[in-house]
Design a protein around this ligand. Structure first.
Ligand code: ATP
Length: 197
């Protein structure tokens, strides 16, 4: 059976911990395909999110040339708030039988019980979780009791929030995003104003 990894995120911008996590999950879990899924309009983030077209373009730059990575546009096309369960239902209906793996950092894992329809989600996918430095809270007991896989990612203290703040302060983001993404951010003047944080 095909093993398909799903990796959702705001990707504002896609950073090198995302890339490391995706590569690590692809290789450790022997995924035939790993789909990056940029959110349309995230429902749990209050700040102004960068236009989907920019975030999509930056994901394309990040995954270019990477074996078995693809971009999945369904949340951008759907518009409105993105619910992970709706996305999983849509993809499973479209592509049928496969071993489906949802990939996430431990911050999202600790938060999972607040997602709409999380119990159904746990029936539909296997979770693959990577430790994220600075995440103190544990998962909800019912979430933790559900079988999940750990992705053997070393701790990488990188966040998109920090990258946006660095750009706003005029600091370098070399080594935090790919060179192509750093150039894209520069060319399109992203993250320079204070309301992008
Ligand atoms: P922001 O700082 O804007 O909240 P972010 O850096 O957390 O963004 P997202 O696009 O929200 O990036 O994250 C996408 C997925 O990648 C999430 O599952 C998140 O937990 C995971 N992730 C992001 N950064 C790391 C990291 N440094 N280590 C492990 N997982 C990470």
């Amino acid at each position: 059976m095909r093993r398909i990894g799903l990796f959702g995120g705001t990707f504002d911008p896609p950073q090198l911990a995302h890339l490391a996590l995706a590569r690590c999950a692809r290789d450790a879990l022997q995924l035939d395909e790993l789909r990056w899924i940029p959110t349309g309009q995230p429902w749990q983030k209050s700040r102004t999110i960068t236009a989907a077209a920019h975030r999509e373009a930056m994901v394309r730059l990040t995954i270019a040339g990477e074996p078995r990575f693809t971009l999945e546009r369904c949340e951008i096309e759907r518009g409105g708030p993105s619910m992970t369960l709706d996305t999983v239902r849509e993809l499973q209906q479209r592509d049928g039988a496969a071993a489906w793996v949802w990939i996430m950092g431990s911050d999202q894992y600790a938060n999972l019980h607040t997602w709409r329809g999380w119990r159904e989600l746990l029936q539909r996918v296997t979770l693959a979780v990577a430790e994220r430095p600075g995440v103190a809270s544990a998962a909800h007991p019912e979430v933790a009791a559900h079988p999940h896989t750990m992705v053997p990612l070393p701790p990488l203290p990188i966040s998109a929030t920090d990258i946006r703040a660095r750009v706003q302060r005029g600091e370098s983001i070399a080594g935090l995003v790919t060179d192509a993404v750093a150039s894209y951010i520069d060319q399109h003047h992203l993250y320079r104003s204070a309301d992008a944080h």
